[in-house]
Design a protein around this ligand. Structure first.
Ligand code: F6R
Ligand code: MG
Ligand code: MG
Length: 392
């Protein structure tokens, strides 16, 4: 295939500081980043770019011919974030420079703080894509919608009707804890797939491929900053790129799962379950209880590498009822206050500031003798009985 049709779309994002709390990116920081990308476009490093934000995350959407994981492109994004962070510092914005975890760039922004979703494709005659960007949630938030888009015939009519999609799709699932991945075929291995991705804090859909020809269909950012930094540094607000139409799911099939505001982890202090609310750009900011978690969807055509668009896909009354339902779910969840299941479970809370609070209480505990004397002894007996039964 001729090189001029080969193009890479890179979406790289970082929280480099925001106005009035973890709320919204300042236009001056976006302008600073855009200046860096404009210069790179002039020099020919990138073909095109679009700078935007969702909540407190600055988003760089770039097209180029350098492939994924290019040190030129990652270096460029790093420079843009640095410049934006300088402005954030000058303006005294909140958490200025937050996601730039290191001072030294070493060829790739992965592991340094920013989130990355990239795909290299051979441009079709018309190449429609959707870029999804979410705030106050984590990469696993895309598990449910991507499953619906690429594996659920009740969502995607094309899986049944369109012969080009009828064979199904392949899901690359990443185990964020072990740093391993597995590729599962749908529909044949759908139940295995669900067994993994139903745990979105650990197993994350990283890429989706069309089974008939291995064409890439979707990619998600999968960085988890807390696992990288070993401490709480936000919830790794994720981004995803999805290809649309003509043998891939139709635009409307891609948007359809977002009509259900499913519960995602994140929201206040990255520590709560809440509904994912699809919004237009004007509402791409987090307010109530630092949320609720929000997602925007921008549609583009890639034409000779140029980004034609965007269209603001959730800025539409068709999603009004979803937003209303999301508000009701937000009300319902909020009424649990600090209780699970609004607050995340202990395993996830490990990466927040809660362990510091629990540490303080450690020495206040004294032995509950009556408990150890009676209950423990009985419990041990039950366990022994069960063990001997198992051996019989
Ligand atoms: C969640 C988030 C916010 C902050 C919260 C407290 O991802 O960014 O909910 O966790 O506003 O922030 P600090 O500790 O900076 O006051
Ligand atoms: Mg922030
Ligand atoms: Mg954010």
């Amino acid at each position: 295939m001729s090189d001029e049709r080969r193009v890479t779309i890179s979406v790289i994002k970082a929280d480099i500081g925001s106005i009035a709390g973890h709320h919204k990116v300042h236009p001056d920081t976006m302008a600073a980043a855009a200046r860096v990308l404009a210069e790179a476009k002039r020099k020919g490093t990138i073909i095109d770019y679009y700078v935007t934000h969702v909540g407190d995350d600055l988003q760089l959407i770039m097209t180029h011919r350098k492939g994924v994981d290019s040190s030129d492109i990652h270096g460029l994004a790093w420079e843009a974030f640095k410049k934006a962070a300088e402005v954030a510092k000058e303006l005294g914005l909140y958490a200025a420079g937050q996601d730039l975890l290191s001072d030294a760039f070493s060829g790739n922004v992965r592991g340094l703080g920013p989130g990355v979703a990239e795909m290299e494709i051979v441009e079709r005659r018309s190449e429609p894509i959707v870029v999804f960007m979410a705030d106050k949630t984590e990469p696993g938030a895309f598990n449910l919608p991507l499953f619906k888009i690429f594996a659920d015939p009740f969502n995607t009519a094309g899986l049944v009707i369109d012969p080009r999609m009828h064979d199904g799709f392949k899901f690359e699932v990443l185990d964020l804890y072990e740093g391993k991945y597995v590729v599962l075929n749908s529909p044949e291995e759908m139940y295995d797939l669900l067994a993994l991705i139903g745990t979105p804090s650990r197993y994350v859909i990283k890429r989706v491929y069309r089974k008939s020809d291995d064409e890439i269909a979707a990619v998600v950012s999968s960085e988890r900053l807390n696992l990288i930094a070993g401490r709480y540094v936000g919830k790794d607000d994720p981004v995803a790129i999805v290809r649309a139409q003509s043998g891939f799911p139709a635009l409307g099939e891609i948007l359809e799962p977002f009509s259900f505001p499913h519960l995602v982890a994140g929201w206040m202090r990255g520590s709560h379950w809440g509904p994912l609310m699809p919004v237009g750009l004007r509402d791409a900011k987090c307010t109530r209880f630092d949320g609720p978690p929000r997602i925007i969807g921008l549609g583009f055509n890639i034409t000779k590498g140029r980004l034609i668009g965007p269209v603001d896909l959730f800025d539409d009354p068709a999603f009004d009822e979803t937003r209303r339902l999301a508000q009701q779910i937000a009300d319902y969840m909020r009424r649990h206050g600090p209780f699970m299941p609004h607050r995340l479970g202990p395993e996830e809370m490990e990466y927040t500031t809660l362990p510091q609070v629990l540490e303080k209480l450690k020495n206040r505990f004294t032995d509950a003798e009556y408990y150890t004397k009676y209950v423990h002894v009985k419990l041990r007996g039950v366990v022994k009985e069960a063990e001997s039964e198992a051996h019989d």
